[in-house]
Design a protein around this ligand. Structure first.
Ligand SMILES: Nc1ncnc2c1ncn2[C@@H]1O[C@H](COP(=O)(O)OP(=O)(O)OP(=O)(O)O)[C@@H](O)[C@H]1O
Length: 435
């Protein structure tokens, strides 16, 4: 998955001829001298500041220790909270629908994992979160803190970490972070505040030991891949975003490095940050470090969006039990892909999973799905709003498949009970969405 949201760092890298790649090496040590020859005044200022910081290293060190302790009592501005909610969002290019009927929300203080088969629409989903919807035909709403505003107006408090490195190989870890905060944070912000933020980020990401190490380039090896990834994240964290979006931050990392990174992200969430990351095949431990899980099926349809702690219960309610020693997200993706065959309640097929999610939540079923709805109509009540209760799901795990046929012959009383619940839920949705 590739992102296309340009950070100032990326712009700086490209405007500077690519400092951290092979091109940078081709230029060799000349790059170091050329650091100040950047094209824009803004980046020039930032590079100059790094030069000054190098010569003022002693002072800097003082600030890093005793100075920081005294700063702890200073006034600390509260970060604004940013909730991103979707209501029936559909994005298309021509006749192709890349994202369909997406309803749900990414909440402040929570870390969300976006997963799904290749081509399901994860990049498109991130684009929607970033407000990059200009190339698409858009239906439905994206609400920021409950209002249909443009995400672009919040750009300064959104951090995006693309899959590819945005670090400067010829700078140290600390200089990379300083460079970012010099470019991104407001000019009027107290230097002492910037130092405190930098120290917090270094500490949170476990970069203290290597703060003075050169990041390194392809030819001149520096810090390890896992450390490099954490510096990448730090570059966005120093601007104290309210929404932090990461594209495959753990890809290529070992389990320990991935967990270290996730711990830092959880730490950010504790500060009220809304963290959202596309991840591929996380370990079971790593998966459980996320708060929420968005499972996308092909066609950009939601098959599950809710707490990680409830996903197995939800699928168990559909009759899908994760076998021992299987990693739940991988198993659900394999089902969506048809790699694993499993029996779902009422003999519906995996392609119906997004439809079942809509029914479960009482979302409006779009016209395109009416045919599928007719196909599963006889057992529709099985999936009516919140019918998959925790008790029911747990009970289902021990039931044999005959129970499906029993459940299909529901008593009128049960159906009426569920219809009532459906109505109550729709009313509450109306309140939430202001409908
Ligand atoms: N600009 C475009 N024009 C037409 N189709 C597109 C465009 N961008 C994406 N698609 C299609 O939309 C679908 C979703 O693409 P997307 O990149 O969002 O998937 P993804 O889940 O991120 O995939 P991967 O994990 O393989 O990176 C794919 O079928 C893709 O081919």
């Amino acid at each position: 998955m590739t992102g296309s949201f340009n950070t100032p760092h990326q712009s700086a890298t490209s405007s500077n001829g690519g400092l951290n790649g092979a091109e940078a090496n081709a230029n060799g040590s000349k790059n170091h001298e050329n650091l100040t020859q950047v094209h824009t005044e803004r980046f020039g200022r930032a590079y100059n500041q790094i030069g000054t910081d190098r010569t003022m290293k002693t002072n800097n060190d003082k600030l890093s220790f005793a100075g920081v302790v005294s700063l702890a009592t200073e006034y600390r501005p509260q970060r604004p909270m940013l909730e991103v909610a979707f209501k029936g969002l559909t994005l298309s290019i021509g006749k192709k629908k890349l994202l369909q009927c997406v309803t749900g929300k990414l909440s402040p203080g929570r870390v969300t994992a976006i997963m799904g088969p290749s081509g399901a629409g994860k990049t498109t989903f991130l684009n929607a979160v970033l407000g990059k919807t200009s190339g698409y035909k858009k239906d439905g709403l994206v609400l920021i803190n409950g209002l249909p505003e443009s995400m672009q107006s919040y750009k300064k408090i959104i951090g995006f970490i693309p899959q590819d490195d945005i670090v400067h190989g010829n700078l140290t870890v600390e200089e990379n972070l300083w460079f970012s905060s010099s470019c991104r944070l407001s000019k009027g912000m107290l230097r002492s505040h910037k130092v405190r933020v930098l120290e917090r980020v270094i500490e949170s990401l476990g970069l203290r030991e290597i703060r003075n190490s050169l990041v390194g380039t392809v030819e001149k090896r520096g810090i390890s891949g896992g450390q490099r990834k954490r510096v990448n994240v730090g570059i966005e964290m120093v601007m104290e975003p309210s929404l932090l979006i990461l594209d495959e931050p753990t890809t290529g990392l070992d389990s320990a490095s991935s967990q270290l990174l996730l711990r830092a992200l959880r730490h950010e969430a504790l500060e009220g940050v809304n963290v959202c990351a596309v991840v591929h095949q996380p370990s079971y431990t790593l998966f459980n470090m996320f708060d929420d899980f968005v499972l996308l099926a092909r066609g950009g349809l939601i098959a599950y969006h809710g707490p990680v702690s409830e996903v197995e219960t939800y699928f168990a309610g559909l009759g899908v039990k994760v076998p021992d020693r299987e990693n739940p997200p991988d198993y659900f993706i394999d089902i969506l892909e048809g790699i694993v065959k499993t029996k779902i309640r009422g003999n519906v097929t995996p392609k119906h999973l997004p439809l079942l999610w809509m029914l479960h939540n009482g979302y409006e079923v779009p016209d395109d799905f009416q045919k599928d709805l007719e196909n599963i109509n006889t057992i529709r009540e099985l999936y009516t709003v919140r019918s998959i209760s925790r008790e029911q799901s747990l009970a289902e795990q021990t039931e044999n498949t005959d129970s499906v046929h029993h459940n299909v012959r529901l008593s009128d009383n049960q159906i009426n009970h569920w219809k009532e619940k459906h109505l109550v839920f729709l009313c509450s949705m109306g309140t939430i969405w202001g409908g």
